[in-house]
Design a protein around this ligand. Structure first.
Ligand SMILES: [Zn+2]
Length: 340
C-alpha cells in the first residue's frame, strides 16, 4: 500500500492565495509539482513535512511569484503533510511523522514511507542540483541548516545559510534520503511565519536558482561551526512538568530555558529541577537509552556529565510529547565515535 499523492506539472491557479488553513482546496493530498526552468538541473524543495511549519509555503509563494514565467532553474516541489497543515499540527495523531519515514528510516514500511520512497525514485530519475527541506522550530532558535552527511558540498551549502550548522543522524529524515544523490540540507527558519526566517530562506533558495556549482572547498571553523546531534531529551510519561521553578510539579525548568538554545552548558550548570528519580530519558540516534551516562541528579538539580549544547528546546507540550524537549549538541568531530 502506498499513500495517495498527486502530481502536477506547473503551479495550480490560486497557489499564491492559499494559506495552510485552506491548503486542501488546492492540494487535497500530498503533492509533487514539477516546475520547468531554464537550467534543467532540478532543485528539489520539500515544504510542510511538518504541517504547522508553514514558512516553506510562504517562501515558495514569494519566490515563485517573483519568477513566475522565467524560472532560472527547474524545481521539483513536494508539498508534504497537507492534512496536518490544515489542522495546524506537526502531524495528525494517527499519522507517522512525515520527516521520519524517508528511505533510511528504521520504522516498519507503511503507506507513508512507501510514498516517500516513490518521491525519491521520481526525484532520482531527474538531474538534481540540490535538495532543500524547509522547516521551523517551535522554540526561539537562530536560523541554521542541518546536514546528515558532512561532505564538503553539504558543508558549503549549509555555510551559505548560516555559520553554525548541525550534523544530524536521525534515520528517515528527508535530507538523509538524498545522501549519495545530491547535496542536501534542512533549513531551520526560526518560528513558523517569522518574517526574518522567510526572507532568509528566500535569499538562500534564490541564490541556488542561479548558482552554477556548489563549492567543494574546505571551510575554516570561522566560516562554519559544525555541531552534531546524537541525543534527544524526552520527558518521561506521567511526569508533571512546567517552565517555572516555583511550580508544584515533578520536573521544572527556568522560564527562559529557550535562551539556552545553542549555548554550551558545562557540568556545573543546572539544566532543571526535579523531585522524582528519572524524570527525563535521553535517547541516542541508535534508539538506546543513555540517560544515566549523560545526566546526573544531585539534590534535586539536574546536571549534564559533560559539556553539551541544548538546541531546539520547545515549551510546546504537544511537540514535547510527539518529538522531544530538546536535542543535545556537541562540536562535530570527523569520524567522532559516540561515547555514550
Ligand atoms: Zn520540522
Amino acid at each position: 500500500m502506498i499513500q495517495n499523492f498527486d502530481r502536477m506539472h506547473g503551479l495550480p491557479d490560486g497557489f499564491f492565495d492559499i494559506t495552510t488553513a485552506n491548503i486542501r482546496s488546492l492540494f487535497p493530498n500530498p503533492t509533487l509539482i514539477q516546475l520547468d526552468g531554464q537550467d534543467n538541473n532540478f532543485l528539489f524543495i520539500s515544504i510542510l513535512l511538518h504541517g504547522n511549519e508553514y514558512t516553506g509555503l510562504k517562501v515558495m509563494q514569494r519566490l515563485l511569484a517573483k519568477y513566475a514565467d522565467k524560472l532560472p532553474r527547474s524545481i521539483l516541489l513536494f508539498v508534504g503533510n497537507v492534512q496536518a497543515a490544515e489542522a495546524n499540527l506537526r502531524r495528525l495523531p494517527e499519522q507517522v511523522d512525515f520527516n521520519r519515514c524517508w528511505p533510511g528510516s528504521l520504522m516498519e514500511p507503511c503507506p507513508t514511507s512507501n510514498m516517500m520512497r516513490r518521491i525519491i525514485e521520481i526525484a532520482h530519475g531527474l538531474p538534481l542540483f540540490a535538495a532543500i527541506d524547509v522547516h521551523n522550530n517551535t522554540g526561539r532558535n537562530p536560523h541554521y541548516a542541518c546536514i546528515t552527511d558532512p561532505n564538503l558540498r553539504n558543508q558549503n551549502l549549509a555555510a551559505s545559510f548560516n555559520r553554525t550548522a548541525m550534523v544530524y543522524n536521525h534515520k528517515g529524515v528527508c535530507t538523509m534520503a538524498f545522501n549519495d544523490i545530491c547535496p542536501a540540507v534542512t533549513l531551520e527558519c526560526g518560528l513558523p511565519g517569522d518574517e526574518t526566517g522567510i526572507e532568509h530562506a528566500c535569499r538562500f533558495i534564490e541564490d541556488l536558482l542561479t548558482l552554477q556549482q556548489i563549492p567543494e572547498e574546505a571551510l575554516s571553523r570561522e566560516s562554519l561551526h559544525l555541531v552534531e546531534s546524537h541525543l534527544n531529551l524526552h520527558i518521561a510519561e506521567h511526569v508533571s512538568y512546567d517552565f517555572d521553578p516555583a511550580a508544584d510539579v515533578d520536573l521544572c525548568f527556568e522560564k527562559d530555558i529557550e535562551a539556552r538554545n545553542f549555548t554550551l552548558m558545562d557540568t556545573q550548570q543546572v539544566f532543571g529541577y526535579t523531585r522524582v528519580d528519572r524524570p527525563i530519558s535521553i535517547i541516542d540516534t541508535n534508539g538506546h537509552d543513555v540517560t544515566d551516562e549523560v545526566l546526573r541528579i544531585e539534590q534535586g538539580k539536574i546536571f549534564f556529565n559533560q559539556t553539551l549544547m541544548p538546541a531546539m528546546i520547545t515549551r510546546d507540550k504537544l511537540v514535547i510529547q510527539q518529538d522531544c524537549l530538546c536535542h543535545l549538541l556537541q562540536d562535530y568531530l570527523p569520524h567522532h565515535d559516540v561515547e555514550f
